[in-house]
Design a protein around this ligand. Structure first.
Ligand SMILES: NC(=O)c1ccc[n+]([C@@H]2O[C@H](COP(=O)([O-])OP(=O)(O)OC[C@H]3O[C@@H](n4cnc5c(N)ncnc54)[C@H](OP(=O)(O)O)[C@@H]3O)[C@@H](O)[C@H]2O)c1
Length: 266
């Protein structure tokens, strides 16, 4: 397998650190043993960003996979439930619990899974406390709309918000309206979740035609459309080795501009 094309290594926020444009999600895993194998395989073929969350019950298997591939070879994101963000001590305890499940001393990125109803300033403060404690190298958010993200960015003291993890696919391009332009301007990385719409992209006639024309699969076309945008990474999930190989094949090439235009009209 060829190394990842430099164009497909995307910067995390403005940290100077780059990860593969395609990462791997871990929500809804059914067969934990197979999934661990797929996670290890993903890193071995160059997919070096893994997404998990307190809520997914997959932090432990991510930890097992990390031990097999080597901590320094993979960028780990986890997400904490918003209810912990009522108080910085509770948030720190939640981060420590995630680390225990992951069997790691730190993660690369911690996100609040979705905004809590309390003040955004307080939530950012808690995220910063987690970073200050050395439990996460970077901080970010998930499911924040433009107004919430602006508020979060304006509330940081020492750390930058490096990522907003949001739903984004060829069938759901709402983020392109205002969130993505803002992230491009501010140097915030988007992690696109549900990027293949749980396989639904395979049924879309236009995507099928573009896939056939380009000698790619529908899943690869759908992911390539996303990562062709500045600042966008995608975190599709598969617990199958063949699935992660298909995702890997979404990198190393670019859709022609005319196909991008057609998808934009979907
Ligand atoms: N921040 C948030 O609120 C949030 C919300 C949702 C998801 N996420 C993250 O984003 C990740 C991805 O999102 P997602 O899991 O919702 O959806 P997704 O990546 O769009 O789809 C995953 C599903 O598609 C299946 N799949 C994979 N390749 C396929 C193929 N070639 N044909 C048909 N089906 C295929 C997978 O099954 P197999 O495993 O059997 O391949 C899995 O069931 C999650 O795992 C999670 O890490 C974050």
């Amino acid at each position: 397998m060829l190394p990842i094309d430099p164009e497909d290594r995307k910067e995390i926020g403005r940290t100077g650190e780059r990860v593969s444009a395609i990462g791997l999600g871990t929500w809804g895993i059914r067969d934990r043993e197979k999934a661990t194998e797929a996670l290890v395989h993903a890193v071995e073929i160059g997919i070096d960003m893994i997404d998990t969350a307190e809520m997914y019950n997959t932090e432990d298997i991510v930890g097992i996979a990390v031990k097999k591939v080597g901590r320094e070879n993979v960028f780990i994101t986890t997400k904490l439930l918003p209810e912990h963000f009522r108080d910085p001590y509770e948030a720190i305890n939640a981060a420590k619990s995630s680390l225990r499940r992951l069997n790691l001393s730190y993660v690369d990125l911690i996100l609040i899974h979705w905004p809590h109803s309390s003040s955004i300033e307080e939530q950012v403060r808690s995220l910063e406390r987690i970073a200050e404690e050395g439990l996460s190298r970077y901080i970010g958010v998930s499911n924040f709309n433009l107004r919430e993200l602006e508020r979060a960015v304006g509330s940081t003291r020492k750390n930058e918000i490096v990522v907003n993890q949001v739903k984004y696919s060829v069938l759901d391009r709402r983020v392109e309206k205002d969130l993505l332009p803002y992230c491009i301007e501010k140097g915030i990385t988007i992690q696109a979740y549900t990027p293949i719409e749980r396989g639904r992209v395979k049924k879309v006639q236009l995507i099928r035609e573009i896939a056939r024309r380009n000698g790619r699969t529908e899943v690869q076309v759908s992911l390539n459309y996303l990562i062709s945008r500045p600042r966008v990474t995608a975190i599709p999930k598969s617990e199958r080795v063949e699935g992660v190989e298909e995702f890997r094949g979404a990198m190393g090439w670019r859709l022609p501009p005319e196909d991008i235009l057609l998808i934009e009209k979907l």
